[in-house]
Write a protein that binds this ligand. Structure first.
Ligand code: XMP
Length: 520
C-alpha cells in the first residue's frame, strides 16, 4: 500500500470486468485511489488505509446467494461518502435493509436510458441534459426495495432504482456503470462524487515525481541499483526516475540481442548515456543470441532460448557491478492489482512472455518498482515530466524477443537485415502520413517464403514481407488498422524500391482474436 500523503479513495473490488476503469476515471480527476479485492478489505485494513471515500465496484455474483461477497459491515459507520455501482448498489441495499430480486425478465445488458426523478441530487449536477440520459447496464438481479433513508433520483425501464441516494449519510448507489465509455456522462458523476467527498485533486505528476524520488532515496539509501533497460517506455521512465533520485548509484544494462530495430541500440544508448548521463552498459551479445537461435524455427523454443539467455546475460553483467543490492523494474499498476478471480483455473498459455521474472530471488536482490502505482498513460505523463523526448514516450510497444517473433521460421542475419530496413520504411511512411499516434502498434514481419517478381527487365526471387498495424487498448484484443489503399500501395512501392531482398508486400487484416498481434 502506498504511503502517499494524498487524499485517498478506496475501491472495493467485487470482481467486475471494468473495475480498473473506475480507477482510471478517478485518476483523471487527480484523485489518488487504489483497488483492493473485497476479501482483503477488513476493518483494520480500512483503518490503515484511511479513505476519504469508498466505491463498491460491480461484480458477477448475486447478493441473494449464500456467501456472496460483502464489504465489512462497519463501512457504513465510518461517516464517509460511499458510492455503490451495480453489484455495489445491490450489496449496499441488501445490507442496509432493502431487498434485491433475481432477474425474471428484468435483466438489462447494454445501452439503457435513465429518466430523471423529481428531486435534484448533488452528484447529478450537470448530468441530465434535455431529458433521459444514456447509460450502460449489465445486471441480472435488480433492487426491488430500496433501504430505509434512500430516495430514487433516476429510473430506467428495467431498473426502477437506477439512481438512489441517502443524502443524509452521503451514500449513493447506481445500477449502471458510470466508468464505461458507453455512459457518456459517467465521468461527471465521479467528478461530482469526489467533489462532495472533499477531494482536493492533489494527485499530479509533478507531486508524484517528487514523492517517488523521496521514496526511492529512502528505500535504497547508499546501495547500488541495477536496471534492465530495454528502451521501452516503462523501463526508460523507471530508469530516468531512479537516476533522478540516486544518480550514479544506478547502472543500467542494455542487452543487445541482435534482434533490435534499425539503429535502435545506438539511439537508446546515446540518449541515456550521452544526453541523460546515466551509466549504461551496452551488452553486445548478438553473437551469443543469434548463435543459439541458429536453425531454430519453433516459436516457443525461440522464446524460451531468448528468455533464458537474457537472464544469463543480464546476470553476467550485473555480477560485475559491485555492491548491487536492488533490481529496478518498470512494473505497472495493472500488473499488481490483485484481481478477484471467480473461475479459479489457470488460463491457457498462448505465448510465454519474456521478462526477468524470478531474477531478483536468484540473485538475492531486492526490488525497486517506482511505477507500481501508475497506469500506462500516467507513466507516459511522468516520462514527459522527466524530460524524455515526446517521440520516445509515445513509441509503440516492442516485445522482449524483438524481431525473432517477426521472422517466422528460421532466423538468419540476412533476413533480419532485410526486415529492419522494411520496418524502418513502413514506420517512416506511417509517421509521414501522421498516423503513428492513431495506431497502437505497427511493424513489418518477414515471411519465410520467396516468390517470383519482375524488376526492370529481370526476374527476381525474393522474400515477402507482411505489414501489421492494429488498434487496441491493452493488447489483449485488437483490430487491424484500416489504411487507405493509396497508403498501402505507396508503402509497398517504397519498400520494394528501397529494400533489396523484398519483392512482395502483404497487409495483415486479421483481428485478435483469432490472430495474435505478433506473428509468433
Ligand atoms: P500478442 O502477439 O500476444 O501480443 O497478441 C500482445 C502484445 O504483447 C507484446 N508481446 C510481448 N511483450 N514480451 C513482451 O514484453 C514478450 O515476450 C511479448 N510477446 C508479445 C506484443 O508486441 C503486443 O504488444
Amino acid at each position: 500500500m502506498s504511503s502517499a500523503p494524498h487524499d485517498r479513495l478506496l475501491i472495493i473490488d467485487f470482481g467486475s470486468q471494468v473495475t480498473q476503469l473506475i480507477a482510471r476515471r478517478l485518476r483523471e480527476l487527480s484523485v489518488y485511489c487504489e483497488i483492493h479485492p473485497y476479501q482483503s478489505v477488513t476493518d483494520t485494513f480500512i483503518e490503515d488505509f484511511a479513505p476519504k471515500a469508498i466505491i463498491f465496484s460491480g461484480g458477477p455474483c448475486s447478493v441473494i446467494d449464500e456467501g456472496s461477497p460483502r464489504p465489512p459491515a462497519n463501512v457504513y459507520d465510518l461517516g464517509i461518502p460511499i458510492l455503490g455501482i451495480c453489484y455495489g448498489q445491490q450489496v449496499m441495499m441488501q445490507m442496509l435493509g432493502g431487498r434485491v430480486e433475481r432477474g425474471h425478465g428484468t435483466a438489462e445488458f447494454g445501452r439503457a436510458y435513465v429518466t430523471p426523478g423529481d428531486t435534484s441530487l448533488d452528484v447529478l449536477d450537470g448530468w441530465f441534459g434535455e431529458g433521459d440520459e444514456q447509460v450502460w447496464m449489465s445486471h441480472g438481479d435488480h433492487v426491488a426495495d430500496i433501504a430505509p433513508g434512500f430516495q430514487v433520483y433516476g429510473t430506467s425501464p428495467n431498473a426502477p432504482y437506477a439512481i438512489t441516494a441517502d443524502t443524509e449519510r452521503n451514500f449513493y448507489a447506481v445500477q449502471f456503470h458510470p466508468e464505461v465509455h458507453h455512459t457518456p456522462k459517467g465521468a461527471k458523476l465521479y467528478e461530482n462524487f469526489v467533489r462532495l467527498a472533499g477531494f482536493s485533486g492533489d494527485w499530479t505528476m509533478a507531486s508524484y515525481r517528487e514523492e517517488a524520488v523521496q521514496r526511492i532515496k529512502e528505500q535504497v539509501g547508499d546501495a547500488k541499483v541495477i536496471c534492465a533497460l530495454s528502451g521501452g517506455v516503462d523501463s526508460s521512465v523507471a530508469a530516468a526516475l531512479i537516476h533522478e533520485a540516486i544518480g550514479e548509484q544506478l547502472t543500467c544494462v542494455f542487452v543487445d540481442h541482435g534482434l533490435l530495430r534499425l539503429n535502435e541500440a545506438d539511439e537508446v544508448v546515446t540518449m541515456f548515456r550521452d544526453h541523460m548521463n546515466l551509466s549504461v552498459i551496452h551488452a553486445e551479445e548478438q553473437e551469443l543470441f543469434l548463435g543459439e537461435l541458429d536453425g531454430v524455427s519453433d516459436p516457443e523454443t525461440k522464446r524460451k532460448i531468448i528468455g533464458k539467455l537474457f537472464i544469463d546475460v543480464f546476470q553476467k553483467y550485473a555480477d560485475q557491478i559491485e555492491g548491487a543490492a536492488f533490481l529496478a523494474q518498470g512494473t505497472l499498476y495493472p500488473d499488481v492489482i490483485e484481481s478477484v478471480s471467480f473461475s479459479g483455473g489457470p488460463s491457457v498459455t498462448i505465448k510465454s512472455h519474456h521478462n526477468v521474472g524470478g531474477l531478483p530471488e536468484k540473485m538475492g536482490l531486492k526490488l525497486v518498482e517506482p511505477l507500481r502505482e501508475l497506469f500506462k498513460d500516467e507513466v507516459r505523463a511522468l516520462g514527459r515530466e522527466l524530460g524524455l523526448p515526446a517521440h520516445f514516450i509515445g513509441r509503440h510497444p516492442f516485445p522482449g524477443p524483438g524481431l525473432a517473433i517477426r521472422c517466422p521460421g528460421e532466423i538468419t542475419r540476412e533476413k533480419l537485415d532485410i526486415l529492419r530496413k522494411a520496418d524502418a520504411v513502413y514506420i517512416d511512411q506511417i509517421r509521414k502520413h501522421g498516423l503513428y499516434d492513431e495506431i497502437w502498434q505497427a511493424f513489418a514481419a518477414i515471411l519465410p517464403v520467396r516468390t517470383v517478381g519482375v524488376m526492370g527487365d529481370g526476374r527476381t526471387y525474393d522474400y515477402s514481407c507482411a505489414l501489421r498495424a492494429v488498434t487496441s487498448v491493452d493488447g489483449m484484443t485488437a483490430d487491424y488498422y484500416p489504411f487507405s489503399h493509396e497508403f498501402l500501395g505507396e508503402t509497398a512501392t517504397r519498400i520494394i524500391n528501397e529494400v533489396q531482398g523484398i519483392n512482395r508486400v502483404f497487409y495483415d487484416v486479421t483481428s485478435k482474436p483469432p490472430g495474435t498481434i505478433e506473428m509468433e
